[in-house]
Design a protein around this ligand. Structure first.
Ligand code: ATP
Ligand code: MG
Length: 432
C-alpha cells in the first residue's frame, strides 16, 4: 500500500519554505509595528468552544470540523484562531490586567472542505485580534494594517469590501427580512440553502452556488436596518479609511460565514489572480459579544485572519537567493583541514557556507557549485601549501588568489558588495 499525505494537506518542502519565511517575517513586522504581540494557543480545543462561538448552523461547524472523542471529552482541531484566542483572553483574565490588548497569531488551521486551488484541509492563517476598543478608529487602523501589509509584499491588485452587520437585534430583524424575501423562491435555492433558509438565512448571501447568487440579487440590504449608533459607527469607519487613503467599497451583501460578527465586517479580495472563487485573501470583523459570552467581562473586540496559501499564490516571487554564499572545494589532502577552519570563520562572519567534501576533479566540483547556486567558490588545492586559496565569483567568473589568513573577511565583504549592486538579486546572497 502506498502511503501518501492526507488529501487536502500539503507538504511544504524547503524550496518553498523560503517564501513562507519571507511572508511570515513581513507579517510579524507589520503586526509588531502596530503594537501586536504573538499569542500561541493549543491546536486542540473543546468542541463546544467552536460550536458556541462560530455558530451551530455555519458551514464550518456543520460540515468542516475535525472532531473526535478522547477520555470522554469531545475535542476539535481548531478551524480558526479567533475563538481560541478569546478563550485564552478570558481564561487568563487579561481584561483585569490591561484595558486594551493586541494579539497576533500564525499557524495551521483545519477544515474538512472539498479541496481546490486555495482551499485545503490544513491551511495556514495569520491574524490579529484587538480587545478593549469599540472603534471605529481602530477598525480603520486594522484595515489599513492589512492593506499596508499586502502592498508591502507586492500585492496591489486587491479590493477592500466593508459592511456593517449592526448590533443588538439588527441581525434578528435582518433574518426576518431575508426569510420573507427568500421563502417564495425556495425551490430555486441550492439544497444547502433550502436548509439554511429556516435556520440561518444570512448564510444564503455567503453561498458560493450560482443559483443562490442569482436568487440573492434583489435581496434586502442590511444597511436600511442599522440603528442610529451603528450607522454613525460605520460612517466614521468609512471616513477614517478615506483619510488614510485606503481604497474600499461599501458592500451591503458582505455577511461572512461565521455567526459571531457585529458591526464592522471586511474582506480583502484579490482582483487579479487565478484563485477563482477562492479569491478572498483576508476576512475580518468586529465581535463585540464574544468575550462576554465566554464568561468574561463586556469587552468589545475586532480581528481578522488571512490565508497564507492564497497570499503566496498571489504575491510576486522575487528571485530569492538559492544557494550558499561560499562553497568550499578542498582538493588536496591538506585542503580539508583548512576548509573546515575557513568554513567556521566564514559562518562566524554571517556567511552561509557549505563544504563539498566529496572530492573529484576540479571541473566536476565547480559544476556542483554552480548547480547548488553558490555565489563564491573557494578552491583549496595545492595553493594552500603557499598559504593561499583561489576565490572564484561564479556570477562574474572572476578569480583571484587570497592569503588564507584574512580570506574570510574579504570573502564576506565581496558577498556584501555583490548583494548591494543593483545588477544582482534584490536580497543579499549568503547573508540570509
Ligand atoms: P471562504 O469564503 O473562502 O471559504 P471563509 O469565509 O471560510 O473563506 P474565514 O473563515 O474568515 O474564511 O478565514 C479567513 C481566511 O482564511 C480566508 O479569507 C482565506 O484566505 C483563508 N481560508 C479559509 N478557509 C481556507 C481553506 N480551506 N484553505 C485555505 N485558506 C482558507
Ligand atoms: Mg469557508
Amino acid at each position: 500500500m502506498e502511503l501518501r499525505a492526507v488529501r487536502g494537506m500539503n507538504d511544504i518542502l524547503p524550496d518553498e519554505v523560503e517564501h513562507w519565511h519571507r511572508l511570515e517575517t513581513a507579517f510579524r513586522r507589520h503586526a509588531e509595528l502596530h503594537g501586536y504581540a504573538e499569542v500561541r494557543t493549543p491546536l486542540l480545543e473543546t468542541t463546544a468552544l467552536f460550536v458556541r462561538q462560530i455558530g451551530e448552523t455555519t458551514d464550518v461547524v456543520e460540515k468542516e470540523m475535525y472532531s473526535f472523542e478522547r477520555h470522554g471529552e469531545s475535542l476539535t482541531v481548531r478551524p480558526e484562531g479567533t475563538a481560541s484566542a478569546a478563550r485564552a483572553y478570558v481564561e487568563h483574565q487579561i481584561a483585569a490586567k490591561e484595558p486594551v490588548s493586541r494579539w497576533y497569531y500564525l499557524g495551521p488551521m483545519f477544515r474538512g472542505e472539498r479541496p481546490a486551488k486555495g482551499r485545503y484541509r490544513q491551511f495556514y492563517q495569520a491574524g490579529c485580534e484587538l480587545y478593549g476598543d469599540a472603534g471605529p478608529l481602530c477598525d480603520a487602523e486594522m484595515i489599513q494594517l492589512v492593506a499596508g501589509f499586502f502592498q508591502d509584499i507586492g500585492i496591489s491588485a486587491f479590493q477592500v469590501h466593508v459592511n456593517s452587520l449592526g448590533s443588538g437585534d439588527t441581525r434578528a430583524r435582518y433574518r426576518e427580512a431575508l426569510l420573507q424575501y427568500f421563502t417564495p423562491m425556495r425551490d430555486k435555492l441550492s439544497e444547502d440553502s433550502q436548509r439554511r433558509l429556516d435556520k440561518n438565512p444570512l448564510r444564503i448571501l455567503d453561498s458560493k452556488s450560482q443559483a443562490d447568487k442569482d436568487a440573492a440579487v434583489g435581496a434586502p440590504s442590511i444597511t436600511s436596518l442599522l440603528d442610529e449608533a451603528d450607522r454613525e459607527h460605520f460612517e466614521r469607519l468609512c471616513h477614517h479609511l478615506t483619510v488614510l487613503g485606503v481604497p474600499f467599497v461599501v458592500d451591503p451583501t458582505l455577511v461572512r460565514g461565521l455567526d459571531y460578527y457585529t458591526r464592522t465586517l471586511f474582506e480583502v479580495r484579490a482582483t487579479e489572480s487565478d484563485l477563482g472563487a477562492q479569491n478572498t485573501l483576508c476576512g475580518g470583523g468586529r465581535y463585540d459579544g464574544m468575550i462576554e459570552s465566554l464568561g468574561g467581562p463586556k469587552v468589545p473586540a475586532i480581528g481578522f485572519a488571512m490565508g497564507l496559501e492564497r497570499i503566496l499564490a498571489t504575491m510576486p516571487r522575487t528571485a530569492a537567493p538559492r544557494g550558499p554564499g561560499a562553497y568550499l572545494l578542498p582538493l588536496a589532502a591538506e585542503g580539508a583541514d583548512k576548509a573546515l577552519l575557513l568554513a567556521r570563520e566564514l559562518r562566524a562572519l554571517g556567511v552561509t557556507t557549505e563544504i563539498d567534501g566529496r572530492g573529484g576533479k576540479l571541473k566536476t566540483m565547480l559544476g556542483r557549485a554552480e548547480r547548488r547556486g553558490a555565489s563564491i567558490c573557494v578552491i583549496l588545492g595545492d595553493e594552500v601549501s603557499r598559504g593561499v586559496v583561489s576565490v572564484k565569483q561564479l556570477a562574474t567568473r572572476t578569480q583571484e588568489e587570497l592569503s588564507l589568513d584574512g580570506a574570510a573577511r574579504i570573502i564576506a565583504d565581496r558577498l556584501r558588495m555583490s548583494a548591494a549592486t543593483p545588477a544582482s538579486s534584490a536580497e543579499p546572497r549568503g547573508n540570509r
